[in-house]
Design a protein around this ligand. Structure first.
Ligand code: LMR
Length: 340
């Protein structure tokens, strides 16, 4: 009898361990790991029980210091650093998820659009490495200008013959984080309790928070508040750039939001169906790429963002956004020719 109970307990423990092993069996590469955003994201991931291996890549050899520091911390995934162009392929090899956080931050007075020339070469190198070594990976990019760079990356991958639209994501979760925070402040409620879908793109004229779809439904944003909050969300990144006097753009809020996005995508990789705000291939709104709540599973995107009921103000913003976004998508795609 005692033996039976012991066997039962042992089997339960074994089952638990197997589950934990399965849970932790995800490898993530952070490209740009030596940057401030990259370091914070890596620190968050060191605490993430779903990750078993963390690969940090940067051209800057201080990435070795980040690796050493993270390896000083007990538990969590194993951490390896990879430095320089020749090691990029190794850095992304076998990873389930490749997260690109590397970028040239914008200076005060610059728009995100002006960062295209500075940041496109990094994305091109990454796409080349993914095409050579890891075509199955989920690829998530937070580099600006996202509206252009996801179409750019998609075209590069297409040229390499390995474009998978259901695994290519622009990380726009920051706009959801900001929308929730600002609404919570305006209504004096807890941001954790609420959700705000944000659609469009990631720039001053294309971010469209749908405050009329705020949940839970018992909270309500008046039309004049919606106008003010939309301006706040659209300008939030530029405000940070100005206040940091050109040293950097938003790092803490970006890292926090990238981490939240990554954590949700890890659930998808592990087999769950999740919904996350991101910018992806999506023709439901008349452009080729569009941001919004997206349903994702273990093989990538299941359902791109669809239409929501909207207030008059939100429909007006959407009508103004579409021609801008369509032009930016086209310019992003065309930029590939410019790089050759
Ligand atoms: C942000 O929204 O904070 C980022 O896109 C960074 C930037 O340059 O604004």
């Amino acid at each position: 009898m005692t033996q039976k109970i012991f066997c039962c307990l042992f089997a339960t423990q074994l089952k638990k361990n197997t589950l934990i092993l399965q849970k932790r069996n995800v490898q993530v590469s952070v490209i740009g790991g030596a940057s401030d955003i990259g370091s914070y994201v890596s620190l968050f991931l060191k605490r993430n029980s779903k990750v078993s291996k963390l690969h940090l890549y940067d051209d800057d050899d201080r990435i070795k210091g980040t690796e050493l520091e993270l390896s000083n911390l007990p538990g969590g995934p194993s951490v390896s650093a990879f430095i320089g162009d020749t090691n990029l392929e190794q850095a992304i090899h076998s990873s389930n998820l490749v997260v690109m956080v590397s970028r040239m931050p914008r200076k005060p007075g610059n728009t995100r659009e002006q960062m295209l020339g500075a940041n496109a070469p990094l994305i091109q190198r990454l796409c080349k490495a993914i095409a050579a070594q890891n075509q199955e990976a989920f690829v998530a990019i937070s580099t600006n200008p996202i509206n252009y760079l996801i179409p750019f990356a998609s075209t590069v991958m297409y040229k390499y013959g390995c474009y998978n639209p259901s695994k290519m994501f622009g990380i726009t979760h920051i706009d959801t984080s900001r929308s929730r925070s600002f609404v919570a402040k305006a209504l004096k409620i807890n941001a954790q309790e609420i959700q705000v879908p944000v659609i469009g793109g990631h720039s001053d004229k294309t971010i469209i928070p749908l405050f009329s779809n705020l949940t839970p439904r018992n909270y309500r944003i008046e039309p004049c508040q919606a106008d003010m909050l939309t301006r706040l969300v659209r300008k939030a990144g530029t405000e940070v750039v100005m206040h940091k006097h050109g040293a950097e753009s938003s790092t803490l809020a970006m890292a926090w939001s990238i981490n939240e996005f990554v954590d949700i995508i890890l659930d998808a990789i592990l087999g769950y169906r999740v919904v996350v705000n991101c910018y992806t291939a999506n023709s439901n709104f008349g452009t080729k790429f569009f941001a919004g709540p997206t349903s994702v599973g273990p093989h990538g995107i299941i359902q791109a963002c669809c239409h929501f009921p909207m207030s008059e103000f939100e429909s007006y913003l959407l009508n103004r956004c579409i021609p801008i976004l369509s032009r930016e998508v086209l310019e992003g795609e065309k930029y590939v020719e410019f790089m050759e």
